[in-house]
Write a new protein. Structure first.
Length: 334
């Protein structure tokens, strides 16, 4: 029997990330090749002309899964009855900025959209925040949507995970998806901790520890970490625009795994509501390794060994998240 269409919202729909993201969502790469979608596309009034062009192109792709396209600048219409939301719409940083420099400009968008989720979305909605500073925007969004479970909100660190996985895969000369269980801890910022100490690699069918194969502790504790931490800034310096194709791919990976579940024995990183696991701060959106079942509920992977090196890095990024949260709350009170 044919499935009923689901309503999927993409905000910032006239922007760069959405341009790639919409293609993959409409094609069935996220919700499945048999899941029809009704696309809700939100942007701000001055972008309605550009959005019209995006709608024309979506139509011209003749995707069989797209049942309806709703371009709008009205939050009620955008959030009405949605089951999944990609909250992309926000200002991107320019060269020389840190992502938290966007806080004052962007956090109010997520306060308003939190309220709209609370009022108009399905209570089961899965919300992925991409707009920066993503972790703290997701925290604010959830705070202003008290009728929706906190577990339904997440922020994207999958791009950092993909970057980390790819750095290792190129070094080991294996395909990217042969590398698994790399972890991103904490904030999607330059304090994040990309951790390869639990990572595995499939070498000609044998699963080995990445650390044993690379045999280069100095790299994994040095250049590997800084390359991933600074990758967003490096893309901006080169492109004069922030990452878009890779961000869209990561958003699809994140939502696909949330919707369909993770592979047995593997985990992925998502910034989720922290319960204080691993003694990191509670009540912030902290990126953890998670596993997801068929019920679409994520669980933080417990019991991983944390050495002194990791402890210090996990605490540092946790402190930054606590500070960002305080700053965001004071912006929201204005
Ligand atoms: P962009 O400027 O190309 O597009 C952003 C779009 O959002 C614009 O069309 C803009 O009009 C729209 N917008 C602004 N305010 C809005 C609102 N209130 N409601 C709906 N739409 C609104 O930017 P982009 O390159 O697509 O990046 C979007 C965001 O994603 C930025 O904040 C960027 O820093 C962030 N980002 C995050 C990650 C991540 O890994 N978490 C990766 C890349 C980019
Ligand atoms: C990224 O990681 O590429 C994005 O968050 C954009 C940025 O500002 O770095």
């Amino acid at each position: 029997m044919a499935k009923e269409p689901i309503r999927v919202l993409v905000t910032g729909a006239a922007g760069q990330i959405a341009y790639s993201l919409l293609f993959s969502v409409a094609k069935g790469d996220v919700f499945g090749p048999d899941q029809p979608v009704i696309l809700h596309l939100l942007d701000i009034p001055p972008m309605m002309g550009v959005l019209e062009g995006v709608v024309m192109e979506l139509m011209d792709c003749a995707f069989s899964l797209v049942r309806e396209i709703i371009p709008t600048c009205d939050e009620q219409q955008a959030f009405n009855d949605i089951e999944a939301a990609f909250l992309v719409g926000a200002m991107p940083r320019k060269e020389g900025m840190e992502r938290k420099d966007l806080l004052a400009a962007n956090v109010k968008i997520f306060k308003s959209q939190g309220k709209a989720l609370d009022q108009f979305a399905k209570k089961t909605v899965k919300v992925l925040v991409v707009g920066n500073p993503a972790n703290t925007n997701a925290f604010i969004c959830s705070k202003y949507a008290p009728s929706i479970p906190k577990e339904n909100f997440s922020a994207m660190t999958r791009l950092d995970q993909n970057r980390a996985q790819s750095q290792i895969a190129f070094r080991l000369n294996v395909p990217a998806n042969n590398v698994t269980n790399v972890i991103i801890w904490g904030n999607h910022s330059s304090t994040q901790f990309p951790d390869a100490s639990h990572a595995l690699v499939n070498v000609n069918g044998t699963i080995k520890k990445v650390g044993d194969c690379l045999n280069d502790d100095a790299y994994l504790k040095g250049e590997f970490i800084t390359t991933v931490q600074k990758r967003g800034a490096a893309v901006i310096a080169a492109r004069k625009l922030s990452s878009a194709m890779s961000a869209a791919k990561a958003a699809c990976d994140h939502m696909r795994d949330w919707w369909n579940g993770t592979t047995e024995g593997q985990f992925v990183s998502m910034a989720v509501y922290s319960d204080g696991s691993y003694n990191v701060p509670a009540d912030v959106m902290y990126s953890f390794p998670v596993q997801i079942g068929a019920d679409r509920q994520w669980k933080i992977v417990q019991g991983l060994e944390i050495n002194d090196f990791a402890r210090q890095k996990m605490d540092l990024t946790g402190q930054e998240l606590k500070q960002e949260k305080e700053d965001a709350l004071s912006v929201c009170q204005d």
